[in-house]
Design a protein around this ligand. Structure first.
Ligand code: UD1
Ligand code: UDP
Length: 441
């Protein structure tokens, strides 16, 4: 139970990997205040993928509902989280509840708080695609959360505009930037972690060799969206297989989501391919360095769409729409959907055409400047304690440098010399099979 002797109690509710990454900077910033006391409640909607982030950022939950079940249903997650959070809130009696984004944990956290008449503060508010079914169920989760929230912490001016268009009061919205950029800067400032996948990618791609020796191009891939389960993800797998087969010098790296539905669809087409590295999810620090090492990133992840532009990496998005239009406008992100031919063509163009590549590889920071958490906490403090309101984030007002120590490898001319793919075949097949564990294991 929280110590109620001083200040206001702010209960932070989260449950999945991306929520933890984006909540971590806020927790650290809350701890720096005198007036606000953070209490952490995780639903455990994710387990290992959540624990990886908590460990990395030194977050120790005060409450853990441990709701994860193998192949869990949306209703199951909702009911277990809602019931558990009701009990937590009854005990903690928070002055405010903070939820992040659009997961089912976020929505149930907001609903449980609303039922107990506790103000809801929504981090990463206002993202919209305008298609209720895509992403599913996130578009509806975030719309419903907006209805329940009193304070809307919008990452960008576009997100704020979406909220105002829905009739949300302007004085309840602050543009903060996305706290994922705060998290990215935090891990970038630390030395690269000792991670087996990162080490293997560095070695196979020749990243630690002098540039004139030649480096292999790397395509880094993540995919998990529920609306893509089945045939769309199988098409993604087929595209990766085509790319890897037609380009034996290419290295495809896939830290695959733990969801068995994802693995069943995406893995069969790439099984046994020597230049495809399949691994369990890596921790956020290792993944950040993998992004920095990648030539091209192919993903349906929201967080990766936000991070990659800051690293100057082209992103091909495995969706037909996105709630993150800023990267598309900046030219670093392109929607390619899940059609095999379209993915192969789009990746191939970036790998082969330096001009097309350069057009997408400019480092821009439309999503944040590393100060989002301090703005969010200042806004919460303003709300609860009457301190002055913070100024909003203005994109482009301040450039940031991401100091990752991994060589950039943008052009076709750096591709490895012919004749080395046999070595890759041997090393990669052994490494991948040793590392990969079955879903749900
Ligand atoms: C969830 C969120 C999605 C978010 C994504 C981030 C919902 C409805 N979905 O989707 O918005 O983008 O997280 O990754 O809130 N599993 C494990 N261990 C883990 C994590 C997952 O084994 O650490 C497996 C379990 O079998 C679980 C399944 O993955 O049943 C699905 O997890 P779930 O949280 O329901 O859905 P995600 O697709 O991860
Ligand atoms: N990520 C990670 N390890 C991985 C793959 C991704 O730490 O093996 C990070 C990634 O940098 C991003 C976040 O996880 O910050 C995205 O999570 P996910 O794709 O699961 O969810 P989404 O952002 O789509 O909600």
């Amino acid at each position: 139970m929280a110590d109620r002797s001083t200040g206001h109690t702010v209960l932070l509710v989260y449950g999945t990997r991306p929520e933890a990454i984006k909540m971590a900077p806020v927790v650290h910033e809350l701890r720096r205040t005198r007036s606000l006391r953070p209490v952490l409640a995780v639903t455990g909607q994710h387990r290992t993928m959540l624990d990886q982030v908590n460990n990395l950022f030194g977050l120790v939950p005060d409450y853990d509902l441990e709701i994860l079940q193998h192949r869990q249903s949306l209703s199951g997650v909702t009911t277990r989280a809602l019931g558990g959070l009701e009990a937590v809130m009854a005990e903690v009696r928070p002055d405010a509840v903070v939820v992040q984004g659009d997961t089912t944990t976020a929505f149930t956290g907001a609903l449980a708080a609303f039922y107990q008449n506790v103000p809801v503060m929504h981090l990463e508010a206002g993202l919209r695609t305008d298609d209720p079914m895509s992403p599913f169920p996130e578009e509806i989760n975030r719309r419903l959360t907006a209805q329940l929230a009193e304070l809307h912490l919008a990452p960008t001016p576009s997100a704020r505009a979406n909220l105002l268009a829905e009739g949300i009061r302007p004085e309840s919205v602050l543009v903060t930037g996305n706290t994922v950029i705060d998290a990215l800067l935090h891990v970038a400032a630390a030395p690269p972690p000792d991670d087996p996948l990162l080490a293997e990618v560095r070695r196979l791609a020749g990243l630690d060799e002098p540039a004139e020796v030649g480096r292999r191009q790397i395509v880094l891939v993540t995919a998990h969206r529920r609306e893509s389960w089945g045939e769309p993800l199988a098409q993604v797998g087929a595209a990766l297989a085509r790319l890897a087969t037609e380009r034996p010098e290419l290295l495809v790296v896939l830290p695959v989501h733990r969801n068995p539905a994802v693995r069943e669809a995406v893995l069969p087409p790439i099984a046994g391919l020597p230049n495809v590295l399949v691994a369990d999810p890596v921790d956020y620090s290792a993944f950040t360095h993998l992004m920095a090492a990648a030539t091209v990133i192919v993903t349906d992840s929201g967080g990766v769409q936000e991070e990659a532009p800051s690293l100057g990496k082209p992103v091909l998005v495995l969706r037909e729409n996105t709630e993150r239009p800023e990267g598309v406008r900046a030219g670093t992100t392109r929607l390619v959907g899940t059609d095999t031919e379209r993915i192969v063509a789009a990746v191939g163009q970036l790998l082969d055409d330096p001009v097309a590549y350069a057009a997408m590889a400019e480092a821009v920071n439309p999503y944040g400047d590393g100060q989002a958490a301090s703005r969010a906490v200042a806004a919460i403090e303003h709300r609860l304690c009457g301190t002055p309101a913070p100024d909003p984030f203005i994109p482009g007002a301040r450039a940031i440098n991401i100091p990752l120590r991994i060589p950039h490898q943008p052009t076709y001319s750096e591709v490895i010399a012919p004749g080395t793919s046999a070595v890759l075949a041997e090393q990669t097949a052994a490494g991948a099979s040793a590392r990969f564990k079955e879903a749900g294991a």
